[in-house]
Design a protein around this ligand. Structure first.
Ligand SMILES: Cc1cc2nc3c(=O)[nH]c(=O)nc-3n(C[C@H](O)[C@H](O)[C@H](O)COP(=O)(O)O)c2cc1C
Length: 320
């Protein structure tokens, strides 16, 4: 079974992927946080820093697009194809208020006709051999919407359906609706990937055993909290203290180099620590110091103490 790193806007940017890929094995593909192509049909410098081939050299990545306009989608797929990508993912699940209000992401799940037209236009275009995968939810307002959605999906050659068994208003918090995933399984004919709530090797093994026909499992927050999780899910060892520190330092140095602002680099490191703290025993005061840090020295002093003094856990602690 393949293991994929979930796209996470603001967390799994190019610096993160590079550092993770250098220090931890086990991830078959990194799905990139979404970019939103517009009618201008140019990628912005910021987007190119995310999807440009030089940002991802040697790393197996799949770009993701968020748009409801088939023309802009097709343009972007062709451009990405020219850069060498063989798969592009469509974001059909983003729950954010502004995205849904514009009828994009999970917002598009409410309009089956628009969805069907989008696929019809996209799949009749010459995409230069680039495969189209889709990341979606069970529905906008109710899992009852899924059978009708599955009928639309079944009409098109979707290369991989990544299903996050939640509805829009669950965001990422309400427990994953696994029983609804079980109901959805027989309705899906294309290769399928399960995403949501996989936070330890045991959970991955259980999902693989329960759903043996899946192409893959996608992990997001679990892999941020424990960067060795994919390796562990394949029977490998947990992260060593040295690996974690080297990974942390590579990421921090990458941010310092690319953002040319210590404050900005520290701000981005806080995103990592909002999950990463779970891998350490205790240390509440030090994590608070990280949250409050406004400059490199205050941040580094907290991090040094964490690595010097806190015992490392074998599994991330999701109870706090
Ligand atoms: C901070 C954050 C950013 C995310 N950004 C994206 C994104 O850019 N594209 C996307 O399809 N999903 C995005 N997601 C959803 C994740 O890819 C994933 O579906 C979700 O976290 C559930 O998986 P998990 O329980 O393994 O984390 C994001 C989630 C979070 C928490």
């Amino acid at each position: 079974m393949e293991l994929y790193f979930a796209p996470m806007e603001g967390v799994t940017g190019p610096q993160f992927r590079r550092a993770h890929h250098n220090y931890f094995s086990g991830v078959d593909q990194y799905y990139l946080p979404f970019i939103s192509p517009t009618q201008d049909h140019v990628f912005t410098p910021r987007e190119l820093r995310n999807v440009g081939p030089q940002a991802n050299e040697g790393i197996p990545v799949v770009p993701q697009l968020l748009t409801k306009r088939a023309g802009d989608f097709i343009w972007a797929v062709k451009e990405l194809g020219k850069m060498g990508y063989r798969e592009v993912n469509w974001n059909l699940g983003c729950p954010s208020g502004t995205v849904v209000a514009k009828g994009k992401g999970a917002g598009m799940l409410a309009d089956l006709r628009a969805l069907d037209e989008f696929f019809e236009t996209v799949f009749s275009a010459d995409l230069g051999g680039v495969a189209i995968s889709v990341k979606t939810r069970l529905g906008l307002e109710s899992p009852e919407e899924f059978p009708a959605l599955a009928e639309v999906f079944a009409r098109y050659p979707i290369s991989l359906l990544i299903l996050h068994p939640r509805i829009r208003e669950d965001y990422y918090k309400v427990p994953v609706r696994e029983e609804e995933f079980v109901k959805a399984l027989p309705l899906i004919g294309c290769p399928l990937c399960y995403n949501g709530g996989l936070v330890n090797a045991e959970g991955c093994a259980r999902a693989a055993e329960k759903f043996p026909k899946l192409r893959g499992l996608m992990i997001g927050q679990g892999l941020i909290a424990d960067p060795a999780l994919a390796r562990k899910a394949r029977g490998g060892p947990p992260a060593s203290w040295e690996e974690l520190q080297a990974f942390h330092d590579a990421l921090y140095q990458g941010y310092l180099r690319d953002f040319a602002s210590e404050k900005n680099a520290v701000f981005h490191m806080k995103e990592l620590w909002s999950y990463f703290f779970r891998l350490f025993e205790g240390g509440e005061k030090l994590f608070k110091q990280i949250k409050k840090a406004q400059n490199g020295s205050s941040y580094e002093s907290a991090v040094n103490q964490i690595f010097r003094t806190l015992p490392l856990r074998e599994e991330a602690d999701w109870s706090r």
